[in-house]
Design a protein around this ligand. Structure first.
Ligand code: PLP
Length: 359
């Protein structure tokens, strides 16, 4: 029996997608070989990459002004590649520190380069988004502004992005494909695959072509976004199983109404869970209500002894993956696209039953 999975990442995938991927592991229909065996230079995989990029563009209405790159490695590799590609020695990168991943990206960019934290909500335990003053941006000094759209660990999310007149770079690892995004004013967005896109092993980078023109050229090809774009993301041997499974997931998203329909489902799911947490006498959700994430719902047991007891109770209900990140403590239910309202209802029922038994 499949568990009711609220994993933060690698995350739940739709069961229909897993069945198709399982079939391809033995024999890709019409190819006579496994997805684990096929060449990255094959016509089949060239078509997979093309369809992936086209479907990704269509699903998010990404304008032709932007390139879509599929690159090896996860989000942290992009933390390292972004300053290598876009932070010249005489400039500084401006960061909004909204939590662990934004802060880690800033540390990655500090190696040999300059960073400036221009806003932080650390003293509020990252339970709200930082206050951001656009006057802190210095066009002469700052190469770009970097922020994280959804703070996976602390459960805050940007519902609109700040407007700035320097390039804007956004880590969208944990909320891409969960809602429509206007990419017009975003110079670079990236996401590791293992939250809403598919299995771990690669990242998607959406980069404005005019911004890509400004990238450093004195880089080893495997580290250069420009090189990856010139090679249509098929230079190094890609993680073919992960990308193919992600394509199956994109097709599934398309067939279930696309990103707008996903947003509607995601809003409903998050609303139902936050409503229960705000009502339940034994739990609380401490994130500032206007900054609450629709993807990662963080909550705590009000009484210490209920923490382990609720985890144990969830296990008996076949509910998994709700332990909070070690940095934040408490609980976290991740409600990515593949998590259904029915699954959320099971968690809500568990919260209610636990309250009845322990209040
Ligand atoms: C998961 C996550 C990361 C880290 O991803 P890796 O692929 O493990 O490096 C970075 N940023 C955000 C917002 C995440 O959710």
């Amino acid at each position: 029996m499949r568990s009711i999975l609220f994993n933060a990442g690698p995350a739940a995938l739709p069961e229909a997608v897993l069945h198709q991927a399982a079939q391809a592991m033995i024999d890709i229909p019409g190819e006579g070989q496994s997805i684990a065996e096929i060449s990255h230079r094959s016509r089949f995989f060239e078509n997979v990459l093309d369809e992936f990029k086209q479907l990704f563009r269509n699903l998010l209405h990404i304008p032709e002004s932007h390139d879509i790159l599929i690159v090896q490695g996860g989000a942290r590799l992009q933390f390292a590649l972004i300053p290598l590609n876009f932070l010249p020695a005489n400039k500084t990168a401006a960061f909004i520190d909204s939590g662990y991943w934004a802060h880690t990206a800033m540390e990655y960019a500090s190696f040999g380069n300059q960073t400036e934290c221009i806003a932080s909500s650390k003293t509020q335990y990252y339970r709200q988004l930082p206050d951001f003053d656009p006057k802190k941006i210095n066009k002469q000094l700052h190469a770009y502004l970097y922020l994280c759209s959804n703070n996976t660990i602390y459960g805050t999310q940007y519902h609109t992005f700040p407007q700035v007149d320097i390039p804007l770079i956004i880590d969208m690892s944990s909320d891409i494909l969960s809602k429509p995004i206007n990419f017009t004013h975003i110079d670079l967005a990236f996401a590791c695959a293992q939250k809403n896109i598919g299995p771990a092993g690669f990242s998607v980078v959406i980069v404005k072509k005019s911004f890509l023109e400004t990238a450093q050229t004195q880089l080893a090809p495997a580290l250069s976004y420009k090189h990856q774009a010139a090679k249509h993301s098929n230079d190094v041997t890609n993680p073919i199983i992960a990308i193919y499974t992600a394509l199956l997931n994109l097709r599934h998203l398309h067939d279930t109404g696309g990103v707008a329909a996903a947003q509607e489902r995601n809003s409903q799911k998050a609303h139902s869970l936050y409503t229960e947490l705000d009502r339940n006498s034994l739990f609380n959700a401490p994130v500032n209500p206007t900054d609450r994430s629709q993807m990662n719902v963080c909550f705590f047991a009000k009484q210490e002894q209920h923490h382990q007891a609720f985890l144990t109770y969830c296990q008996t209900q076949n509910i998994k993956g709700i332990q909070g990140h070690i940095q934040a403590g408490g609980f976290r239910a991740s409600l990515y696209n593949a998590v259904t309202q029915e699954m959320v209802n099971e968690l809500i029922a568990a919260l209610r039953d636990f309250e009845k038994e322990h209040a």
